[in-house]
Design a protein around this ligand. Structure first.
Ligand code: NDP
Length: 287
């Protein structure tokens, strides 16, 4: 049976370390979250992020704008937050309403305050091996593996899914950690042959049960990023990952869904906010 790589203990450890770093700063790091509209999932995520910030000694502020907010107004708000030295991290919750183009909005955020790590400057820094604010889910996966002392240097890491949110930035982080990386996607030929080569297999697709036991090398570490809402036989909805439950019979270690990668994402957002605040403090202190 695979060892369970549980998210909450790893997230608690990251949050505790982040709280200590925050306490060492002259002022509490300030995270501002901008939400446009009332998408129920976004309302709940944003509330959770702001609450977590407060719990560990950061300041979390939410700007909730109506879903009719013009793009220019959102851009003006971001410009003000960029210019405010009392704001260390800015996050615009996605998705945005249809009339707003997310690309110019994300590019308007000061890269040094871009705690989601989506700004092209941070993407470029990440891929060129410079210090960067990295997207929270992939950075959280690296923190989860480090917590359980899973080494990736020299290992074959296969990532299924090439989104800009998860797969691509994770590939850059894994390369930076000296793994040998393969990115697979919907056009990959013979996916099973590719995934069977993995020492560490990360699956971020959004398709329940995609990865079956025959696709996993015995003893491999498997990270299941997928979150899928499925109905059981009684018609009750529950969450499941992209990895079939029987993979636990083959893998050496496996992250559960829920309770695996999910809790790491919010913890990493807090760590990114403190990282941004530390850099801004260093820059201000520089002669
Ligand atoms: P996207 O839909 O943006 O990307 C999915 C990727 O999977 C694409 O690269 C796609 O390939 C690939 N894909 C689709 N079908 C197949 C297939 N049959 N075989 C191989 N590859 C396939 O999803 P995200 O990256 O945003 O999210 C992936 C999953 O992770 C979702 O379930 C999401 O809910 C979850 N997630 C979980 C988070 C957490 O905190 N735990 C955070 C973020 C996401 P192609 O590029 O060719 O289309």
């Amino acid at each position: 049976m695979a060892t369970r790589l549980s998210g909450p203990p790893a997230a608690e450890a990251l949050l505790a370390q982040t709280a200590r770093r925050a306490a060492a700063l002259a002022t509490p790091p300030h995270l501002v979250i901008v939400r446009v509209g009332e998408d129920p999932a976004s309302v709940s995520y944003v509330r959770g992020k702001a609450k977590k910030a407060g719990e560990i000694g950061l300041r979390g502020t939410v700007h909730a704008l109506p879903d009719t907010t013009p793009q220019a107004e959102l851009l003006a708000l971001i410009a003000g937050l960029n210019a405010d030295p009392g704001v260390h991290g800015i996050l615009v919750q996605l998705p945005l309403p249809g009339h707003i183009d997310p690309a110019p909005v994300l590019e308007a955020i000061d890269p040094n305050k871009d705690v989601d790590g989506f700004h092209p400057v941070n993407v470029g820094r990440l891929w060129t091996g410079q210090p960067a604010l990295s997207p929270c889910t992939p950075a959280g996966i690296m923190a989860l593996l480090a917590h359980y002392e899973v080494q990736v240097a020299g290992k074959v890491v296969v990532i299924v899914g090439r989104s800009t949110l998860v797969g691509r930035p994770l590939a850059a982080l894994m390369l930076g950690a000296d793994a040998t990386v393969t990115l697979a996607h919907s056009r990959t030929r013979d996916l099973a042959a590719v995934t069977r080569g993995a020492d560490v297999l990360v699956v971020a697709v959004g398709r329940a049960g995609l990865i079956t036991p025959d696709m996993v090398r015995p003893g491999a570490v498997v990270v299941d990023v997928g979150i899928n809402r499925v109905l059981d036989d009684a018609g009750k909805a529950h969450l499941t990952g992209d990895v079939h439950p029987d993979v636990s019979q083959v893998a050496g270690a496996l992250t559960p869904v829920p309770g695996g990668v999910g809790p790491m994402t919010v913890a990493q957002l807090m760590a990114n906010t403190v990282q941004a605040a530390e850099r801004q403090a260093d820059r201000r202190a520089a002669p």
